[in-house]
Design a protein around this ligand. Structure first.
Ligand code: PGA
Length: 256
């Protein structure tokens, strides 16, 4: 049985002091997470404060929202995997659709980021998903498969086991229009089949596949009822400690 994973992607929200206040508030609402892994992904500028506020061995794990593939050098504005590791990050979101849309990120570079993360002990959360036009043209599965093919090319099964895939249909992100459980499950199954065909069934059954796109406390339950969906990548609803706490608590109950 895969352990559920709930990831809060803060995007470009919260200063360092707001991050500390959020963590204190969240911990008053949820004291432990025995049945699910929980990650918060603050902006780079709040990671160190979050790390210190969390303290050692917190049940809340730290992630970053992006990483550069080189370890160091002349890459103005970028942050590397060793820098994130030193600040306690264990996860990193890679290939988010906003990075693809607003910053021209391509699968070839996403592949390099996945490899850099793995090399430095960060678990990549690789985001894939189709646009509305692609869904309407019945291209969802081929778009997602093509993204995975390039991003995961050449990875050994043991590396792939530490990767999480987040299926995030672009039309569902920040729109209030989440995919139905059925829509998500169909894509999740095709992703797992892709892993099984490209690697092996053991790897396919171990890998976690999250759903993301307008997840809220109101709609997470039917999504998590399906054992094809191993958790959620949450944007808007993770910024409020009350709604993020509710999502975490619902994940505990569903998979306890
Ligand atoms: P949303 O964002 O929950 O606000 O739709 C999800 C995401 O972008 O990861």
């Amino acid at each position: 049985m895969r352990r559920p994973l709930i990831v809060g992607n803060w995007k470009m929200n919260k200063t360092a002091s707001e991050a500390a206040a959020f963590i204190r508030d969240l911990r008053e609402r949820v004291s432990a997470s025995p049945h699910a892994d929980v990650v918060i992904a603050p902006p780079f500028t709040a990671i160190e404060t979050a790390y210190r506020t969390l303290g050692p061995s917190s049940w809340i794990n730290l992630g970053a929202q992006d990483v550069h593939w080189e370890e160091q050098g002349a890459f103005t504005g970028e942050v590397s995997a060793p820098m994130l590791r030193e600040l306690g990050c264990r996860y990193v979101v890679v290939g988010h659709s906003e990075r693809r849309t607003h910053f021209g990120e391509r699968d070839e570079n996403i592949q390099k980021k996945v490899r850099a993360a793995l090399k430095h002990g960060l678990s990549p959360i690789l985001c894939v998903g189709e646009s509305l036009a692609e869904r309407e043209a019945n291209r969802t599965e081929s778009v997602v498969t093509d993204q995975l093919k390039v991003s995961l090319a050449g990875l050994a099964a043991q590396d792939l086991a530490t990767v999480t895939i987040a299926y995030e249909p672009v039309w569902a992100i920040g729109t209030g229009r989440a995919a139905t459980t059925e829509q998500a499950v169909t894509v999740h199954r095709s992703i797992r089949l892709f892993i099984e065909t490209g690697w092996d069934s053991q790897t396919a059954s171990a890998i976690r596949i999250l759903y993301g796109g307008s997840v809220t406390p109101q709609n997470i339950e039917p999504l998590l009822v399906s054992d094809a969906i191993d958790g959620a990548l949450v944007g808007g609803a993770c910024l409020n400690p009350d709604s993020f706490a509710t999502i975490i608590n619902l994940a505990q109950v569903q998979r306890a």
